[in-house]
Design a protein around this ligand. Structure first.
Ligand code: M6R
Length: 359
């Protein structure tokens, strides 16, 4: 049931704070993260992590790669499952193979997992559905506990996947003894705050409704960010594309000047993810360049930015990952409100299926 919400997607956006609390339940102790489903043997002899996934789950994987390298000090690369399958990948048994999937049934991801298993790699699936094809094939699994996700556009699956992967990065960091205790405490403190950051802020929801009136006429959208805010930009663009049918691209902000900035004009909306706690000055100068070329700028940030034509003001926090989750909700709401205003079926967008079980 939709419980009074207009669409399942809206309900699922509003549920994120609670499902992420469930997802963390019993998994954070005083000075470590912990999973019943795995033990330290999972990283014994591991020198590298390879992540494979599709769509939104791929974006969670890209986000995790920053966290695995930054916190766990393990080399990590991420591949789109459909590309991985046919590239004759070089696989070595010092690699932990992680697949991420809401459904556990996506054909390309499942086949990638089987390939890795056949090559003798240890495998882990981060999944929302127990007893799915992937959880049955893998060596290890971690469940995201998001509950059933009905909207085709993935929302709470992404936030729970990202939280699980962040906790996993800290688990590896602790097991490998590569994290300073003060840093670890700071990370754990931030993790505990995630459910708060995911509570829908009424003012932000109202703002996205207002912006949707003009934005539905946009002839193109850039979502830009740096570091983990780059995969978040990709996710924001994917949400807009799939439910609004508007053209949107996610870009690393520093790449704009290598080509895409040529498209800038007032009809091109740039959604700029400008976190206070990570590379603020760098992204600011990227956005200034776009503004100078007349792109319409919507800044998503806790800090005022005088060149912004529009503004979605997020809360000030002391950790970039909390900003990440605040901005995630804002982007989900923005695409949903544009889609509603266009009269689209938000939960069942055209041409899409919830689970892609064919390649
Ligand atoms: O079930 P999975 O996580 O494996 O699905 C992967 C993608 O098909 C999925 O994330 C898709 O991109 C969503 N519709 C995005 O909202």
């Amino acid at each position: 049931q939709k419980d009074g919400f207009r669409f399942f997607m809206e309900k699922e956006i509003y549920e994120q704070s609670d499902v992420v609390s469930d997802c963390m339940l019993g998994r954070i102790k005083d000075n470590e993260t912990f999973f019943d489903e795995i033990d330290a043997s999972i990283i014994e002899g591991i020198k590298e992590i390879k992540i494979c996934a599709c769509g939104t789950s791929y974006h969670a994987g890209l986000t995790a790669a920053y966290l695995f390298e930054r916190l766990s000090k393990v080399k990590c690369n991420v591949e789109i499952a459909s590309e991985f399958r046919y590239k004759e990948p070089l696989l070595t048994d010092d690699t932990l193979f992680i697949v991420i999937s809401q459904s556990g049934e996506t054909a390309d991801t499942l086949e990638a997992l089987k390939m890795a298993k056949n090559a003798g790699l240890k495998s882990l699936v981060v999944c929302n559905v127990d007893n799915s094809s992937m959880t049955r094939v893998t060596d290890y699994k971690i469940l995201t506990r998001a509950g059933i996700e009905k909207g085709v556009a993935s929302t709470k699956a992404f936030s729970t996947q990202t939280v699980v992967l962040w906790m996993l990065a800290l688990y590896f960091a602790k097991e490998k003894n590569v994290i300073d205790n003060e840093v670890l405490q700071n990370e754990l403190h931030a993790l505990r705050e995630v459910p708060k950051s995911l509570i829908v802020n009424d003012k932000i929801h109202e703002k996205t409704k207002r912006l949707s009136k003009r934005y539905l006429h946009g002839h193109g959208f850039f979502f830009i960010g740096r570091d983990v805010f780059f995969p978040l930009a990709l996710e924001g663009a994917l949400k807009l594309k799939e439910i609004s049918y508007l053209h949107a691209e996610g870009y690393p902000a520093g790449e704009m000047k290598h080509g895409p900035i040529a498209l800038a004009d007032p009809e091109l909306f740039t959604i700029a993810l400008m976190p206070q706690n990570l590379l603020y000055d760098k992204i600011k100068s990227n956005v200034e360049e776009l503004s100078a070329r007349d792109s319409t700028i919507c800044a998503v940030s806790p800090l005022d930015f005088e060149l912004a034509d529009d503004f979605i003001k997020t809360e000030k926090t002391d950790h970039y990952m909390l900003e990440f989750f605040e901005m995630l909700v804002a982007l989900q709401l923005l695409s949903m409100e544009i889609s509603i205003r266009l009269g689209n079926d938000v939960d069942m967008p055209r041409n899409l299926a919830k689970s892609v079980t064919v390649e």
